[in-house]
Structures are given as structure tokens and as C-alpha cells.
Unconditional design. Sequence first.
Length: 257
Amino acid sequence: MERHFSCNYRSQKRKAVSFPSLRFYASLVRIMYQAGRIASRGEYNAERWVYDSFLVGSLMERIGTPIVIEGIEVLDREGPCVFEANHMSTLETFFLPCIIQPRKDVTFVVKKSLLDYPCLGPVLASRDPLALGRANPREDLAVVLDGGKKLLEQGRSVIIFTQGSRKPEVREEDFNSLGVKLARKAGVPVVPVALKTDAWGEGSFIKDVGWIRPQFPVHVRFGEPVDIKGPGREEHAAIVRFIKDSFDEWVSADGKA
């Protein structure tokens, strides 16, 4: 069953379909319904997670969205890590598992409210995420630092979006240092992940349901692992700079929504 991206990847050119949003969401509902049913029975495992994630990526390609994945070789380094990424759209939560999970057992830092979503909630819950309520910053910090350290000690990597909320651009001042703090506490490296996923737009009424715009390629780029020494300020700056430089390069080449 397991399908995933096994190497650096660039989609072949395809013509965008008519009514891409309608076609995308119609198929996504079917994928998520099946995934939710399995997860609700307590039978959702890592292999199925990778498979469903790959289906979403393939669906984006079928409607004409190019996908480019770079730096995937760093995932073959031994040991768990903290993946620190910018956060642009709903797509990365669906798509990153089929790239990372086959190489490193991984989970997300997510909003606790996502666990209440139909279908998606049981799927995320099955992966034992670090869930943040966002009402008590001190509690959320403990969840990430203490809970994340336990996961990393068990050999599980953690994906954290350190912009906090989804943003259509990359600005250095929007990133917090939580990923670096977690990596330092657990004694593991940070792998920077630069993303450009504005092919999945943000909705006006429901943020997770926006227009699908296949004219904007999906980019995923992994940077070299960064070991955290001392306070980690220089390392944090280097991680954010990698993400911003990658994003600016893509905007220059592909445009911005």
C-alpha cells in the first residue's frame, strides 16, 4: 500500500484542469472520509498515513499543480530531529507525511482544535501529536518542550511551524524560537523546511477551504541539519534565513498568489 516520494522530485508538466477547486475537494472528501473511518476504528497506522498523504499530493498533480521536492537526502541521516518550517496553507499538514514518515517516524505540533475536525481529527489523533490549546502559553510551552523531548527520546521526530499561524509570506520577525528550544533540550538537530504551498488558498469564510490554484507550484525544500549550541540565536537566524531565501527565490520564479 505504501507510496511515497523516494528522491528529489519535479512534476512533469501537465495542463491544469477546468474547475480545479471543485475536482480537488470532491476527491479530498472521499480520501478523508475513508481515512476517518479507519482512524475512528483505531486501525489507522503509519503506512496508511503515508498512503493517504501521497493520494493528496497525487491529487494536486492531477489537477495540474507542479510539485518540486528538494534536499530529501538529509532525511536519510540517522536519528530523530526537529523539522522547523514556515506555515502557508492546509496542504503541508496533508502532504509532508508521505515525504518524511517513510524515513523518519514523525508527528506534528498542531492546534488542539484540529482534533475536533470530522475525519481529520481522528487521523491526527492516531499519530499522537503535540496539541496546543493556545489559551495558556505556559501550558503550550510545556507541551512542546516536555512532550516533544519525550517523543524525540523515543526516536520520533517532530514537525513544528514556528510562524505560529498560516501566513502568505515569510518575514523573519514572524518566527518564534520554539523549534530551536526543543532541539536544544532534547539534544537533536533542527532540519529547516522551506515551503511554498499557496496553490491551496485560504478561504474567506472557512480558512481551510480556499480556492485551489494549480498555476502556483508546490515547493518543499529541506536544509542541512543544524546542531544547536549555546542559546541558539545564531542557529535560529540561520534556519529562518534558509526558509526566507528559498521562499523569495520561488516567488521570484513562480509568482505569488
